[in-house]
Design a protein around this ligand. Sequence first.
Ligand SMILES: Cc1ncc(COP(=O)(O)O)c(C=O)c1O
Length: 396
Amino acid sequence: MTTTATALFSDRIGRIEISATMAVTAEAAKLRAQGAKLVDFGAGEPHFATPQHIKDAAIAAIQANFTRYTVVSGIPDLRQAIVERHTADFGSTYTPDEAIFTTGGKLALFNAIQVLVDHGDEVILPVPYWVSFKDIVQYAGGKVVYLETSEAENFRVTADAIEAAITPKTKAIILNSPSNPSGAVVSPADLERIVRLAHERGIWLLLDECYVYLQYTGALVSGGSFTDCKDHVVVLGSLSKTYAMTGWRAGYALAPKPVITAMTKLQSQSTSSTASFVQKAAVAALRGPQECVAEMRADYLTLRDETLGRLNEIPGITCTVPEGAFYVYPNVSAYLGKAGVPTAMELSRRLLNEAHVVTVPGEAFGTDHHIRLSYATSHADVEEGLNRMKTFFAKL
Ligand SMILES: Cc1ncc(COP(=O)(O)O)c(C=O)c1O
């Protein structure tokens, strides 16, 4: 065959890279298979089991043969449950035809961007960012406009910074609050100003609220609650972190009806509906007791404080205080360039191979001087992992 590889594949698949967090997971899996006892701060997923009443609902659905195709956007009862939960928790006013249930929050984001972003459109993305945002925008042909945030100000995104980044070509803004990887939370006042700005300028505001229930300071806030100016807001939600359901693939979007209609059209030509019994489990999650969410949040907060406390014992490492999600994003620049560790990527690799601690290098999130640790793990692992890190850095 004489055709070159680039001609064999589409232009758009060449615009994206495999998720960097998945690359780390693969390297860790290799070591694990060789018998290494790793402490895993890499995985961005709850260490809790899915609550029993949610599992029971899925089992009951299967036993009742609720195992067929459903309508593409999700069964009406589920879309009703999504909007009722959001209204109860955040005072929003969405109706079921302004909701779609998707195969994970990631697909809600992917579909929303495919529907809203065209070639050459600019999309503002605050740095540090969750890995997938830039690739999904690039897949759609959009141009990512990176918005640097200040570590001295806890990586917080402000309305002033967003306003200054807007150009005539800005089609959308992506906000992820609380943020993966930094745990930064946009203040309620700034969030309201950003929603109003999007409304006034006719710019789509994509709010990734996958960690919205994991905020540790003040009341829980969603950008979907500013009901008088939600015409350009797309709320992207997920049950993955809130209810410890990462493997179930359960996410949703709340948006104006035409956006949901377009997302449904796209979904009808790709995944169709999500798994039928997962939808029943999602109804149980959203309508059932919510104490499990508060209990998990309380444990994450303790884990955050333990992790920060132990990190602060390592000379040279500094770390912003995350106000949400379950990650810390320490600055490791004091150790870069010394002892043959040129980059955060190499530091993560050495931490994995020499200390058997899994972290994700900051390059994956758009900053070069950090590593990300997920503290969604046991208290014993936080203790053991930070002991190993302390010993590792002392030798560098
Ligand atoms: C910021 C952010 N958005 C979306 C997702 C995707 O979550 P889901 O499991 O619902 O696809 C993740 C998962 O790590 C995330 O961190």
